[in-house]
Design a protein around this ligand. Structure first.
Ligand code: GTP
Length: 340
């Protein structure tokens, strides 16, 4: 089976906004995934029994199968390459970008990476609800950071009385990006990576591990988290018109954070399965063979916050019908975003 690239997620946000809290939350709730966390400074991460502080370019194995690395920016490229080696057996990598840095440099580094084992997993911007308005006045570039992000977390909502108003404001500034209210960075990990595919890949029968017990003992990943975002499913047997789908993907409805699934275009010469993966504006198809008995059909999951589910389904439905037969180049735009 072809291994999908390891998603690399960048967590950015102003000083003290809650980035480390989010990382600690993910490490406590890895959902069976081995997470590689890259930070500038170990001292910030709650490495349960270990007390390692301020090391650079070193790695610590955590009890739950996760790995934690401290690195300075210049070593990032090498470190990611090391983490992506099959022997490290990592499912997802999360990088905490330093509070003052412009995260676009890191995004560029990832998008330009030629390492086929690494994939772009999204830029998550953490915003401190209590400090947002005063920080914004001192650092107007914060507004821009919101627009670059793929997902915005309005964190520390427990510290404000007007969370709804702030949510509205941040949504407006974020230009259609999904914005989720959180406390202590408690985000459902399923929004960042796909626990189901990790599980399928890892094993079928497993004894209860320390990780399971730990996850059970924390109530911070329970069902109420799932109410914070929606997912819309779409399935169809008729082939999809590639140009129509690309138009949809070019101007995705507001609130979409991720899309994943398989697409059946059925265009002569391109009958293979196209697996779609989007995070924010990032878009990629992987082409592979259909299994012998696998039905040729399109199945997509669209995930986000503030989505209009009916509209998403209608828009996708409008993409069905196959391409115009006189259009020889109907797959051109899809192929630009395809890796075999
Ligand atoms: N009340 C409240 N406190 C929070 C919340 N999230 C984080 N904190 C606290 O805010 C402080 C800063 O949180 P961190 O997670 O360390 O923030 P950070 O963005 O990693 O900070 P830097 O790395 O210094 O930029 C800590 O004392 C957290 O416990 C929240 O949702 N509510």
């Amino acid at each position: 089976m072809v291994r999908q690239p390891i998603p690399v997620i960048i967590v950015a946000g102003f000083l003290g906004s809650g980035k480390t809290s989010l990382l600690n939350h993910l490490l406590r709730n890895p959902q069976g995934a081995r997470i590689g966390v890259v930070v500038n400074d170990f001292g910030k991460i709650n490495i349960d029994a270990l007390s390692v502080a301020g090391q650079v370019d070193s790695t610590v194995s955590l009890g739950n199968g996760c790995l934690c690395c401290a690195v300075d920016a210049s070593g990032l490229d090498d470190l990611l390459a090391r983490l992506a080696r099959p022997s490290s057996d990592i499912d997802v990598i999360v990088i905490e970008s330093s509070g003052l840095a412009d995260p676009r440099g890191m995004v560029r580094l990832l998008l330009n990476s030629t390492n086929p084992r690494l994939g772009y997993g999204g830029l998550v911007e953490v915003v401190d609800a209590a400090e947002f308005e005063s920080t914004r006045q001192r650092h107007p570039e914060l507004d821009q950071h919101l627009r670059f992000a793929d997902l915005v977390l309005l964190n520390k909502t427990d510290r404000v009385d007007d969370a709804d108003r702030l949510l509205e404001l941040v949504r407006e500034l974020s230009d259609g990006k999904p914005v989720l209210p959180t406390t202590h960075g408690r985000l459902d990990p399923a929004l960042l990576f796909d626990p189901e595919s990790v599980r399928q890949r890892r094993e079928t029968v497993r004894q209860l591990s320390f990780d399971d017990l730990l996850a059970d003992s924390h109530d911070d990943c329970d069902e109420h988290l799932h109410t914070a975002y929606e997912s819309v499913e779409f399935a169809a047997d008729r082939p999809v018109d590639p140009r129509a789908l690309m138009r949809f993907l070019d101007s995705r409805p507001a609130g979409i954070y991720r899309m994943k699934g398989q697409v059946h275009f059925g265009v002569p010469g391109h009958e293979q399965k196209f697996t779609l993966h989007t995070v924010g504006d990032f878009l990629r198809f992987h082409r592979s063979r259909w299994a012998r008995d696998e039905p040729r059909r399109t199945q997509l999951v669209v995930i986000g916050s503030g989505l209009d589910g009916d509209r998403v389904r209608e828009d996708l439905h409008a993409c069905l019908g196959g391409p115009d037969e006189s259009d020889e180049h109907s797959m051109l735009d899809v192929l630009k975003f395809t890796r075999s």
